[in-house]
Write a protein that binds this ligand. Structure first.
Ligand code: ZN
Length: 201
């Protein structure tokens, strides 16, 4: 434990910042010092933004996403295609897909993946609500945008089985060559998946 260089209030700020993803103890010190130096332009607005957000954060009862309103901003957006429901593991994945701006759909956030080893079963995830939403006649396609990991694919198979009764097409993300990727540098699993899921040119 390094010796304290500042009062307990600033040390506590540093310790909390160090818990942020991507910030280690050194960058946390740098960030804290930056905040302390720019109190009026940065620290005060940040403190009040944190308070405002904290007071309003809720889970969307429709899709399971986190927002400051329920239904969330995405569910309330009338311009989105109501026929496509994109299933993601968590809110970070929803935000990532929105950054890609490739589809104007609605989402469903599972809140994790099935993981027998970690004791995560179907009842721990937002699955029942997904089945209910898939039975909405407006929904024609459910896209399983889950991680290409063992747990992600186990979850995809489980959800696909549950959706057999619903009149929806179930699709999943393509597996394969990343955009700008060179074949020689890919691992065998990715290359094998890419050749298996080849598409007409
Ligand atoms: Zn929502």
């Amino acid at each position: 434990m390094p010796r304290a260089v500042a009062g307990p209030e600033i040390e506590r700020l540093i310790q909390l910042l160090a818990r942020m993803p991507g910030l280690g103890p050194r960058s946390a010190r740098r960030a804290a010092l930056h905040l302390v130096r720019r109190r009026a332009e940065l620290m005060e607005p940040l403190a009040s933004a944190l308070g405002d957000a904290l007071a309003k954060i809720v889970l969307c009862r429709t899709c399971g996403s986190i927002d400051t309103r329920d239904p969330c901003t995405v569910c309330a957006d009338a311009k989105r295609d109501r026929s496509i429901l994109v299933v993601v593991e968590n809110v970070a994945d929803l935000w990532a897909l929105e950054r890609a701006a490739a589809v104007s759909a609605r989402y469903h956030v599972l809140g994790g993946t099935l993981s027998p080893l970690d004791g995560v079963g179907p009842d721990d995830l937002n699955i029942a609500k997904l089945v209910e939403r898939a039975h909405d006649p407006a929904v024609k396609e459910v896209v399983l945008a889950l991680n290409a990991t063992v747990d992600g694919q186990t979850t995809a198979h489980y959800v696909t089985d549950l959706l057999r009764e619903a009149a929806v097409k179930v699709t999943r993300l393509a597996h394969g060559v990343p955009v700008g990727g060179e074949l020689d540098y890919l691992d065998e699993g990715t290359l094998a998946a890419a050749i298996r899921s080849r598409t007409p040119f």
